[in-house]
Write a protein that binds this ligand. Sequence first.
Ligand code: ADP
Ligand code: MG
Length: 562
Amino acid sequence: MPRIKVLPPDLRNKIAAGEVIERPASVVKELIENSIDAGSTDIKIDVLYAGKRLIRVSDNGSGMDREDALLCFESHATSKLSTEDDLFNITTMGFRGEALPSIASVSKVRIVTGLRGSSGGISIEIAGGVVKEIRDSSSAGTSVEVRDLFFNLPARKKFLKTNSTELFHIMDTVTKESLSHPHVGFTLITDNKETISLPSASGIRERIMQVYGEEFVSGLLGISYDAGELRLTALVSNTLNFRNMRSHQFIFINTRPVKDASISSAVYKAYEGILPHDRHPVFFIYLDIDPPRVDVNVHPAKREVRFENKEMIYRMLLSNIQESVREYRSEYARPFSQTAEADIQTGVTGGYPSFNTPSALFPQSHVVAEPLDFPYMPSIPFIYLGETFVALSGKGGLTIVDHHAAHERILFENLLKGVSLNSHQLLFPRQVKVSHKEYAIILENTRLLNDFGIDISDFGHDTLIVRSLPDAIEEADLRGILSDAASCLLENIPPDRSLKEELAARIACHSSVRGRQLLNQESISGLISDLEKTEHPDQCPHGRPTRLFFSLEDLKKMFKRK
Ligand code: ADP
Ligand code: MG
């Protein structure tokens, strides 16, 4: 007796629904996307009880005639493609013809629709996939009402979360769809209260502003790139605007909100060395790609796509974001270079934090010929705030430097590049006794340490002998450096770093141990200009900031003068 059965259509639809309709927010997404495909400019979403009781999406789109309205609940019924070729040239949000039959098989649906411009329309009621009522009705556009989701699928219903969680998913969906279609107006009404209201916007930036506010957008850098078949519009965090969470990260491919690990990693890579370990950038990446070059038929809920040329997209994103981050940073670093340069030019030397003339702070031309950008003239080139922080005033505002962190950054990069280490033979080579494990691992890696200007050899009996050291760590705790280096060699290092980088970071960290001393004018100038020459002057190797800059604009805002 055969054991294989062809499943009845009703069960097939329920299985299909399992893939597409996971929760109320999935219904909201499919209905909104249908409204968008129908050319709507205004979409209203009503939900009761977090969508568990009712979801209604109404639009002012093309609408359907009677025949189409009766067909749209059939499986694989779609107006969006007809040939195999079409499948590789998709410009609509939907194309599978699965959403409406899936929704109708697991809920009670009523659709009211009528062609734009015609006075007539139709209303159809379906429960659990069975047509209950068809009658004439008048409607411009389409309204789809979905009641009692999963009423006939208790196992699924049990998986639904609390109302507040499901509502959160709905709001997330509406936000995402609204960000992908800025020209469309959206209203979300939850339990008769207006929760989201977004009139049609002129473009992406305005839509983001409507959703998150002006201040949020002011922390973002705008990027645009156009190479015909591949176009990018992006708004990404500036280097002062990182978050603790991965929220506010969006990718839209041909207006479709998707997840894509390679695009996200290109963004993170662009902030390498600037982004502290546990922080995250905000990003809105809008990519437009020639439709045949991207396969959208990959994921049942269309949450992923596949690119013909993933590497090219990765590189394009990386270089564009890097470029705008670099540009932003050069603005931000401007007051530094001027301070440092001026100090060197005028040869200010000596002593402890001293009261110098402003000429030490600004290029001579500014002092002599041009009025300064701000009306008061600070007479102190820098001041110490405690033992760690140095405040400098520059042309564009106030900069506070953590001089230990700055030292670490400089030494870290010098160690990696093997430059400016001024490693020298110690007059008295130093013996350091370490544990047996440390002894063994360090002796295995003396070459690596040698690259950092640390000359080390075996003295027997778990003792190492150090014959030369870079200047910056000569007075540091050698025992500490070696046991830190050993633990780094023994441990699993973080995957985003090479062993050499991690080792350099740990050694650099010890340079600041001697930093109890206060620096004089000359050393500060040297520090600032050395910091400026590093690749990532804003962060120490462990991700803490080396300096914070407050522009006059920022200060005005803080003092509520703006
Ligand atoms: P798909 O969107 O993949 O085509 P759906 O099951 O979501 O499949 O919708 C089936 C068809 O119903 C669509 O192709 C479209 O022609 C029609 N349709 C659905 N929603 C609307 C709407 N809001 N306005 C106009 N037509 C719609
Ligand atoms: Mg659809």
